[in-house]
Design a protein around this ligand. Structure first.
Ligand code: FES
Length: 186
């Protein structure tokens, strides 16, 4: 009977601990390189992102009464109808992005029409100015236009000065800086 010794093929073909670790090392390296290679196209080619549209309709001019301040909560904007035309004012506080409350009449503390943010107490004037609190910037006014079928359309990607109005007929005009005296508080 033939004895199987240490030098036989049987022992030479079995993987040794060293070769096993070597294969493990090369395998891990290959996996790591594969992962890096997979990530390269992401850096080389910009990812497509589908941003929500910045324009939206908010009804027809005749849907608004003169002196109305209408919060459009879903779009975070106030629409004002003044004797000079329409304005769209952001409803987002410029401090940390809370929704501030609708404008109210002058008070003892602020003798002008103003709105207050409930989060940290910023106070804004109807023309967007910061009257108090930590808000670092005025509130922006957004561009308004009329759609071909006659609806008011807000474009949150375009800001306008606080004395710009859209007439019910669709003309963009300048007028007085609003002080809130046009709002009919109910
Ligand atoms: S988020 Fe409005 S005051 Fe802080």
């Amino acid at each position: 009977m033939m004895e199987v010794g240490k030098d036989s093929e049987f022992f030479e073909e079995r993987p040794t601990r060293r070769s096993f670790l070597s294969w493990l090392g090369w395998g891990s390296l290959a996996l790591a390189l594969g992962g890096v290679a997979q990530g390269i196209p992401v850096y080389l080619y910009p990812q497509l992102t589908y941003e929500p549209t910045t324009t939206f309709a908010v009804g027809r001019p005749e849907d608004y009464q003169e002196g109305e301040m209408r919060p459009i909560e879903a779009k975070q904007v106030f629409i004002f109808r003044t004797p000079h035309g329409f304005q769209a004012l952001s409803m987002v506080c410029t401090h940390l992005g809370c929704s501030y409350k609708p404008f109210g009449p002058p008070s003892k503390e602020y003798n002008v029409v103003h709105a207050r943010c409930p989060c940290h107490g910023s106070v804004f004037a109807r023309d967007g100015r910061v009257l108090g609190g930590p808000a670092p910037r005025p509130i922006p006014f957004f561009a308004l236009s009329l759609t071909p079928d006659g609806r008011l359309q807000v474009d949150k990607a375009k800001t306008v000065a606080n004395n710009v109005y859209l007439t019910p007929e669709g003309r963009v005009v300048t007028g007085p800086v609003p002080d809130g005296s046009e709002i009919k508080f109910t």
